[in-house]
Write a protein that binds this ligand. Structure first.
Ligand code: DX5
Ligand code: ZN
Length: 236
């Protein structure tokens, strides 16, 4: 379904570089550099070689980078089961924890657990996961994350159907906010680049994750300032 709405403009575009594409041999310096370049959040991809076919980083690495930045750490859990990791990430300094509803037997319970541990909570929707899964838990959501690639790897191509899904999610969130006053940020993850960020944000995104776009950019200005500036400049 294509839902046409006016061009969306967030109050503030959040850019969340995914450290999946960073140099893991110097992660502390990498996160410091993206914060200095104007990143809003550090996007932290957790993969378990079970829910997704890749294996990455866990709470120990989150704890290790925490002292290097003051911006929020946005932990994207691509793991199954989910619940046991939540207290560990909260203790390791995570600020936002999102998970895939397919990976939890009790979505409402998992969201409550995240909130009880003092973090912001969010659900992640794979390209084929219906948005209706958020319908009865919106009061517990701070973030709705739409995957614009299938989860598991950085450097994949943006799936264009995500634009329609973003418009649908935007309409749901706006209706909920109008009725309750509660703010929910709409985040998009996968294949975000300088040449498509404008249409992604116009379709409704508040937060853009960008992994390879940021960390493969030439390291000019002593950091990632140029690429961050270029991403924002597309949106105006
Ligand atoms: C994919 C991860 C993404 C990924 C984004 O499963 O959740 O966060 O690292 O990387 P790019 O921006 O390179 O698609
Ligand atoms: Zn991610």
């Amino acid at each position: 379904m294509t839902t046409q709405t006016a061009q969306y403009k967030p109050q503030h575009l959040h850019i969340a570089p995914s450290i999946l594409s960073a140099d893991f041999a110097k992660l502390g310096a990498e996160v410091k550099a993206i914060e200095a370049a104007g990143a809003d959040w550090v996007h932290f991809d957790v993969m378990d070689n079970h829910y997704v076919p890749n294996l990455t980083i866990g709470p120990l690495v989150c704890e290790a980078i925490r002292p290097h930045v003051s911006i929020p750490i946005d932990v994207h859990l691509m793991v199954e089961p989910v619940d046991a990791l939540i207290p560990l990430f909260a203790k390791a300094g995570a600020n936002i924890i999102t998970f895939h509803p397919e990976a939890s037997k009790h979505i409402d319970r998992t969201l409550s657990l995240i909130i009880e541990h003092g973090c912001k909570a969010g659900l992640v929707f794979n390209p084929a996961t219906p948005l209706s899964l958020m319908d009865h838990v919106m009061d517990k959501l701070d973030v709705v994350l739409l995957m614009s690639v299938n989860p598991g790897f950085g450097g994949q191509k943006f799936i264009p159907e995500t634009l329609n899904k973003l418009r649908e999610a935007r309409a749901k969130i706006d209706a909920y906010t109008a009725a309750t006053g509660k703010t929910i940020l709409l985040e998009v993850d996968g294949g975000v680049k300088v040449d498509n960020i404008q249409e992604i944000v116009s379709a409704g995104a508040d937060v853009c994750v960008a992994g390879s776009a940021v960390f493969s950019a030439p390291d000019t200005d002593g950091g990632y300032t140029t690429i961050m500036r270029n991403l924002r400049a597309q949106v105006g």
